[in-house]
Design a protein around this ligand. Sequence first.
Ligand SMILES: *Cc1c(COP(=O)(O)O)cnc(C)c1O
Length: 402
Amino acid sequence: MKKTTGTDRSITRNWRPATQAVRGGTWRSEHGETSEALFLTSGYTYDSAQVVANRFAGEAQGMTYSRLQNPTVAMLEERIALMEGAEACRTQASGMAAMTAALLCQLSAGDHVVGARAAFGSCRWLLDHLCPRFGIEVSVIDSTDNAAWEAAIRPNTKVFFFETPANPTLDVVDMEYVCGLAKAHGITTVVDNAFATSALQRPMEFGADVVAYSATKLMDGQGRVLAGAVCGSEQFINDVLLPFQRNTGPNLSPFNAWVVHKGLETLDLRARRQSENALEVGRFVESRVPKILHPGLASHPRHDLAMKQMVMTGPIFAFLLDGGRQQAFKFLDALELVDISNNIGDSRSLACHPASTTHANMGEEARAEMGVLEGMVRINIGLEDPLDVIEDLGRAFDIAGV
Ligand SMILES: *Cc1c(COP(=O)(O)O)cnc(C)c1O
């Protein structure tokens, strides 16, 4: 493997995110292939026993085993780090593998985590069920209340964990304030940036220490593979995350890494066009429903903050119908173009009922507290002509009596 372009890091690290998404970290084999090579291999062979001994001793560069290194995966990790403006990145088999690794690699019994109340269902499960089993204390707060973050700090607080915009309530966290507060108290901030990606929002510019991803969403963006990533300082990734990841093995497969490479090539285009489409469709939906949760619309309680933190506000929004689950189901069942699906970030428009799907496991009380009501529908706007999507939603609203 050699680098034919992009060898001078003093130049390449200054490329803008859209350039990094196409070219960052490119490695080419001796064949000089244009597209990224797929190294579908679990292991490696060596010219001599001494060569491999040197590699295992950390005295020589080179691959030893795909749980430790793989060229296709390593190229993706360098690319994502460059897009994020992070020193380093490691990828995982799914977004949840990334979140689990980002938290457990740095937490021990007796530590305390402050987490956002509004979060992806499995992210809440990590806080509500997994951490307590290992003696890690957890406080769950309203992430949009700056004072609540400060009030939750204890002497043993080690991590702040939140997503912004959050799934599925689209809560927007004041990153400059919350990350600044964390820094002042020696707390590590872990931000789940799945809804935006580095194309739309770069949390490290607001002081985040660790940015974690479900790359299944906008990064792949075409509904093909599960993938995850964790970005941070070289010290965090190499000294804290890597020992955990190498020995527990939540690694991304080279094939899935290759698919994510193909997704990243069009990430900037898709994220921008889907954001534009979601604004156009959102304006129509706002004219029809009692309540919409869309950070790109002036009616969102933190619209100004979203516009400050984000380049554009992304493809996902939610709305609330007065007729509860029955009306939400009637609406979903009447759709012709938009699919009923709980995925997001896809190039297809998809809609789902969070209370009975992504947030079904967490119990009614926690859902109500989070604002995931029975009449809530979450929608991901894809790359179709937004006028067709608007017509489809309008027809379904009519049928559901909205
Ligand atoms: C989907 C999602 C995850 C989990 O990612 P998977 O790739 O499905 O494991 C985590 N956080 C957020 C915000 C998500 O939307």
